[in-house]
Design a protein around this ligand. Structure first.
Ligand SMILES: Cc1ncc(COP(=O)(O)O)c(C=O)c1O
Length: 428
């Protein structure tokens, strides 16, 4: 039998790319457009992963390609040797769409790199060392960022000692309360735990920052109670601790607002952005107020590739497309439709323990009869969906939460088709 081309690429990858890098599927893609990716074998798939919550306006969006090509004809690199228009134009756009206290920016290439910059900014400007993060959080893979990450101990294994003076407090994961409470008995014990860290382990005046995902991503697509975030915000401002919102996964319309912080009225001191910012061109950013940024001394941080002119042009076009195309409205409407159908499915099967999320950031948690995590059932459903042409990826420490993160531009017909496939896989 002739060898398939797809197998050749996968085989080459297995020979040449480090095994540390794990791919979610064995699909080899030739072309991608909008919601769809086409394999080298000619099969077409609906990509409900959006290339890990990044192709927020679909794969290869025409206005972004056009803007990037135009930029490539004039300048593709600066290395901080000279100024250029696309970077400052992008900063102007970001200042407009982020909370109003976020006014100045530092651009880098990946989410982890922006997280590194944020904690450096916090330490440098406060003169404090301590960092508080949350159990279940994912902030990236570089040594500093992985020190804040605890979605899985696997990511930290064999890398110790990590960054010192990092403390982890339980994330308000109400479906599986880390404090063992039922929802109606909630006294926000997880918030008390955070306060106890400040009483027992590190004094508040030694804590530079608290970093939080306004909706937990890799850790299980968990929406926290609003009062948790408002209490956290108050505690930080009372103690002079900088609050960092990691909006890497939740940003650029993913939740139906520009940023998840908007849903909660959260005004972080520092905001970290990446993924959807430039439709897949490598770019990340951290933003803060002018007064905070003015304390970051010249040369205290820097980059060669950060704020690449082509990536910045792509980001401007991405933001403009989201604005002009009423994309946030679509994300809210399609998210609400999906949630309604998923809640109806939940009524018909005990396998779905919880369906939660905001906008197009939806998690479906699979459970066994006794409520414990059920990875096996989800694995079967994901395999069945894939065979029917729908790509879905999972999250959560037990890999039992399906994440729906399609492009925000997904149409009603596409959303219906994807949900039909999911439902069929669920009940077969
Ligand atoms: C919330 C969050 N922060 C940071 C990161 C790290 O981003 P990157 O993989 O671009 O370094 C991710 C990646 O998934 C993320 O979801």
């Amino acid at each position: 039998m002739p060898e398939k081309k797809t197998d050749k690429i996968v085989k080459k990858a297995q020979r040449l790319l480090t095994p540390a890098l794990v791919f979610h599927s064995e699909i080899t893609v030739k072309r991608a457009s909008g919601l769809y990716v086409t394999g080298t074998d000619g099969r077409r798939y609906m990509d409900f992963s959006s290339g890990l919550a990044t192709a927020n306006i679909g794969h290869c969006p025409a206005p972004v390609i056009k803007a990037a090509k135009r930029q490539m004809d004039s300048l593709i690199h600066s290395g901080c040797i000279f100024y250029y228009e696309s970077e400052v134009e992008l900063a102007e756009r970001l200042a407009r769409i982020t909370p109003d206290n976020i006014e100045m920016f530092f651009f880098s290439n990946s989410g982890a790199e922006a997280v590194e910059g944020a904690i450096k900014l916090a330490r440098h400007t406060t003169g404090r060392q301590g960092i508080i993060s949350f159990t279940g959080a994912f902030h990236g893979r570089t040594l500093g960022a992985v020190s804040l990450t605890s979605s899985k101990s696997w990511y930290r294994r064999r890398y110790h000692p990590l960054l010192p003076s990092v403390y982890h407090s339980p994330y308000p994961y109400c479906f599986r309360c880390p404090m063992g409470k039922q929802r109606d008995m909630c006294g926000m014990d997880c918030f008390d735990y955070l306060k106890s860290i400040l009483r027992h382990q590190i004094a508040p005046d030694e804590v530079a920052c608290v970093i939080i995902e306004p909706i937990l991503g890799e850790g299980g697509y968990v929406v926290p109670p609003k009062e948790f975030l408002s209490s956290l915000s108050k505690l930080c401002s009372d103690e002079g601790i900088l609050l960092i919102a990691d909006e890497v996964q939740t940003g650029f319309g993913r939740t139906g607002e520009w940023f998840a912080s908007n849903h909660f009225g959260l005004k972080p001191d520092i905001m970290v952005m990446a993924k959807g910012i430039a439709s897949g061109f490598p770019l990340s950013a951290l933003g803060a107020s002018r007064s905070l940024m003015s304390k970051w001394s010249p040369g205290a941080h820097g980059t060669t590739f950060g704020g690449n002119p082509v990536s910045c042009a792509a980001a401007i076009a991405t933001i403009d497309t989201i604005e002009k195309g009423r994309v946030l409205e679509n994300a809210r409407a399609m998210g609400a439709y999906a949630m309604k159908r998923l809640k109806a499915m939940q009524k018909d099967t005990p396998s779905i323990g919880d369906a939660r999320g905001l906008g197009m950031m939806i998690g479906i948690e699979f459970v066994k009869k006794d409520g414990s995590p059920d990875k096996k059932t989800l694995d079967k459903i994901m395999a069945s969906c894939l065979s029917k042409g729908l790509i879905i990826v999972e999250c959560g420490i037990d890999k039992n939460v399906a994440r729906f993160m399609p492009p925000l531009t997904t149409t009603p017909a596409q959303m219906k088709k994807a949900l039909d496939i999911f439902e069929e896989a669920l009940f077969e």
